[in-house]
Design a protein around this ligand. Structure first.
Ligand SMILES: [Fe+2]
Length: 279
């Protein structure tokens, strides 16, 4: 296994690993250490069948079956497919999830939040459709002492129904989905369970602050979400088809960029590994 850092701060390309083959425990441990160190790992283009992707994700931990079951990829409820292609394989013009265009962290709307997200790019557009990552350790470290005091002990309430409806309102949660995923509160500053480092934990699913007037909390969240993104602590990934990316949702936020959904295809399959209750 060889690692090539992608920025001075976060992101590394991993070469020399065959993901569809059995990986022994020592190699996986080394890979997992790289995951903790670099926060985002990129694997060069290769063929990876859905079953192998799920098997690889299971090495990280328990895999989430997403509540929005309309996205389940054929035969694999652990995979969530986002595609703008119609049944003839032609671009439909419909962006499958505009919520991904805002900075967020996967699964922050659950009590047990997302640990790794593991995405395979089946089809990628010529331009646009990138994935950007920002470092939330750095975001916390760069807060002024006044800001650090201000956010200390605050808890934000995360709500998938809020973020989805606020951003686009398309294909809303069904009543059953909504009832199964009530809003949950998490600390704004969490300590990563494995690295022990403090990081900001917010993003687009965060709706309001517990114990604070709603509008005041909304304004604070918007301000912090913007403050968290530093260009020199960001990695912008321009995809090639058949790449696999794995990132740590506990300490990065990410977003996708727009693309021409009427003329270009973009199909990804995503697997989210469950982590822990943030503390
Ligand atoms: Fe996401």
């Amino acid at each position: 296994m060889r690692l090539r850092p992608l920025t001075p701060n976060l992101g590394a390309e991993v070469c020399g690993i065959e993901l569809s083959a059995h990986m022994d425990e020592a190699l996986f441990r080394a890979l997992y250490q790289a995951f903790l160190r670099y926060q985002v790992l990129v694997f060069p283009p290769h063929d990876l069948p859905p079953g192998s992707q799920v098997a690889f994700a299971r090495r990280f931990g328990e895999v989430q079956v997403h509540v929005m079951n309309q996205y389940h990829a054929d035969g694999y409820p652990e995979l969530y497919r986002l595609s703008n292609l119609d049944r003839h394989g032609r671009p439909s013009g419909h962006h499958p999830d505009k919520g991904t265009l805002a900075w967020h962290t996967d699964g922050s709307w659950q009590r047990v939040t997302g640990q790794a997200t593991i995405i395979y790019g089946e089809v990628m557009p010529e331009s646009g459709g990138e994935t950007h990552f920002c470092d939330m350790y750095g975001a916390y470290e760069r807060l002024s002492p006044t800001w650090k005091r201000r956010v200390d002990g605050l808890r934000a309430v995360h709500n998938l129904d809020f973020s989805r409806n606020r951003r686009h309102g398309e294909d809303p949660l069904t009543e059953a989905q909504r009832v199964s995923k009530p809003p949950v509160d998490h600390p704004i500053v969490r300590t990563h369970a494995e690295t022990g480092r403090k990081c900001l934990f917010l993003g687009d699913h965060a709706e309001y602050i517990q114990g604070m007037p709603y509008d005041e909390g909304r304004a604070l969240i918007e301000e912090l979400n913007a403050l968290a993104v530093h260009p020199d602590l960001t990695y912008e990934h321009r995809w090639k088809a058949r790449e696999l990316l794995a990132w740590d949702n506990r300490c990065v936020m990410h977003r996708a960029t727009a693309y021409d959904a009427a003329n270009e295809g973009r199909v990804i399959r995503r697997c989210t590994v469950l982590g822990e209750i943030p503390a």
